[in-house]
Design a binder for this molecule. Structure first.
Ligand code: LFR
Length: 480
């Protein structure tokens, strides 16, 4: 038939889903087969992912999806599972918000200074980069028994197929990959005493990644062979692939638990200035570089909602729209907001410490968060454009945050640029399209994007003026 059908497993920080994409010459439809919660669990050792629960959700999802031409998996980055010599998982993967990496970076920098690390890997400093996690893990009894490390999507693919690999876009978040060669940073790993044979061989988006094992077919009721295809297994790589841009002068913001804001480039920017601005050079599809900054994103709001006992979001956003703009802002790029807990208080503290009015009601706190995110979006787009020397005419917002009209409008206002919002399920769509391309249903990256622009509902937000006020708020933050 002219239409291919692909299952996209897309795991986010708070939920997982299995989506089915149907791709024809001029059509692209996505439906949800199954959605399941992803609930981090705190045990005495720390914060862990329930990866068996996630795998069970994937199996349920594949069963619900029914017959497909291929399966692809993407998830959040940096985290991994360790396997012993028999290939059995050694314990629950550690959550990247776990505190085990507190104070670890200094140890790494004593061997390889931060500037050299950036020049070699192009990765922004984040305490959770796999390199720091590994440095923290190395002293553990578990690590001593480990013979293999698989990133989360690769671990699930291994359980589905029995085959091991390390997908490149996600490998680029380990801080052990050289973004120029798109291969391991061998010299760096050696200096840091990290044995790269822990990792399975690299594979690229579009590469075959095995077929579903007979037991998996039986459990899901599917009939084989069902191939698994490597996609941009880092969810942000899949999401950027699904930005429906038609020119080159665009910035993107992948919104969800995080806001990942930046540009798509042909080559990494490894300058000292770029490091100081905390921009990362992660790898994207077809040799592209995702030059972006991590911004705390809707995590700030999610954590507040949790603290407030999960009030309805709709009413809260309507009230927040009526709160005066830009009364107080916090630095939404600050890693101080990384850990869970007490979020309304932490935001209030940040406002107080920078001499701004302290937001009190949930609507005020919500407004403060959205203004702060829009401001951080503005700064990231502006800085990326300057540091990469690439002008920007339009900002594409994709991911869960596209449902938040206030955030999209404020982002347009802050950037002083038109915002095109959508698709919401960008990561799943990017996942589907890379599979479709591997099976010759769609052309190159530009062709994928044209198909998205033609088929997906997009909402446009024009900037309402007043960029001066955003610039002033930025200056206030810089002084604070
Ligand atoms: C978004 C994301 C970001 C990454 C963070 C942690 O879901 O993948 O790109 O920095 O999660 O893995």
């Amino acid at each position: 038939t002219a239409v291919g059908s692909y299952a996209a497993v897309d795991l986010g920080a708070s939920s997982g889903r299995v989506m089915v994409g149907r791709v024809g010459p001029d059509s692209l439809e996505l439906t949800e087969a199954h959605r399941f919660p992803n609930r981090p669990v705190r045990v005495p050792e720390g914060l862990r992912w329930d990866v068996l629960g996630l795998y069970a959700g994937v199996l349920d999802g594949l069963k619900a999806a029914g017959a497909v031409d291929s399966v692809g998996i993407d998830s959040w980055a940096v985290d991994y599972g360790l396997l012993d010599a028999d290939g059995a998982l050694l314990g629950n993967p550690v959550h990247y918000r776990d505190s085990r990496t507190d104070g670890i970076a200094g140890k790494v920098w004593a061997t390889v200074p931060a500037a050299e690390l950036y020049a070699a890997t192009g990765l922004q400093y984040a305490p959770f980069n796999t390199l720091y996690q590994l440095t923290a893990a190395r002293v553990s009894a578990q690590f001593a028994r480990a013979g293999r490390l698989l990133m989360i999507p690769d671990l699930l693919a291994y359980w589905l197929t029995g085959e091991q690999g390390t997908e490149l876009t996600n490998a680029s978040t380990t801080q052990l990959v050289d973004p120029r060669t798109r291969d391991w940073a061998y010299g760096l790993a050696e200096r840091l005493g990290i044995d790269l044979t822990l990792f399975a061989p690299l594979r690229r988006p579009g590469d075959p990644a095995g077929v579903l094992r007979p037991e998996v077919l039986e459990e899901t009721g599917l009939s084989g062979p069902v191939p698994v295809t490597a996609v941009g297994s880092h969810d942000t790589a899949s999401a950027v692939a699904a930005v429906p841009a038609d020119g080159e002068r665009f910035a993107y913001i992948c919104t969800g638990t995080w806001s990942l804001a930046g540009l798509e480039l042909d080559a990494p920017v490894l300058t000292e200035e770029s490091r100081a601005a905390n921009f990362t050079n992660e790898l994207g599809l077809d040799g592209t570089v995702r030059y972006l900054r991590n911004i705390m994103g809707l995590w700030l709001l999610q954590e507040c909602l949790r603290a407030w006992g999960e009030p309805g979001l709709g009413a809260l956003l309507r009230e927040a729209a009526d709160v005066p703009a830009l009364r107080s802002v916090v630095d939404a790029g600050d890693a101080a907001f990384l850990a869970p807990g007490r979020m309304p208080e932490r935001i209030a503290d940040a406002c107080r410490e920078s001499g701004q009015p302290v937001p009190v009601s949930p609507a005020e706190v919500t407004r403060c968060i959205l203004d702060s995110l829009a401001l951080a979006h503005r700064k990231a787009v502006e800085d990326a454009s300057r540091l990469a020397g690439q002008p920007v005419d339009v900002v594409h917002v994709v991911g869960g945050g596209t449902r938040n009209a206030l955030l999209c409008q404020l982002t347009a206002d802050a950037c002083g640029l038109p915002v095109v919002a959508g698709p919401t399920e960008a990561a799943a769509l990017g996942n589907v399209l890379v599979q479709a391309r591997a099976h010759a249903r769609v052309g190159d990256l530009a062709g994928m994007r044209r198909l998205l622009a033609r088929t997906q509902p997009l909402t446009r937000y024009a900037p309402r003026g007043g960029t001066q006020r955003w610039r002033a708020a930025q200056a206030r933050l810089a002084r604070g």
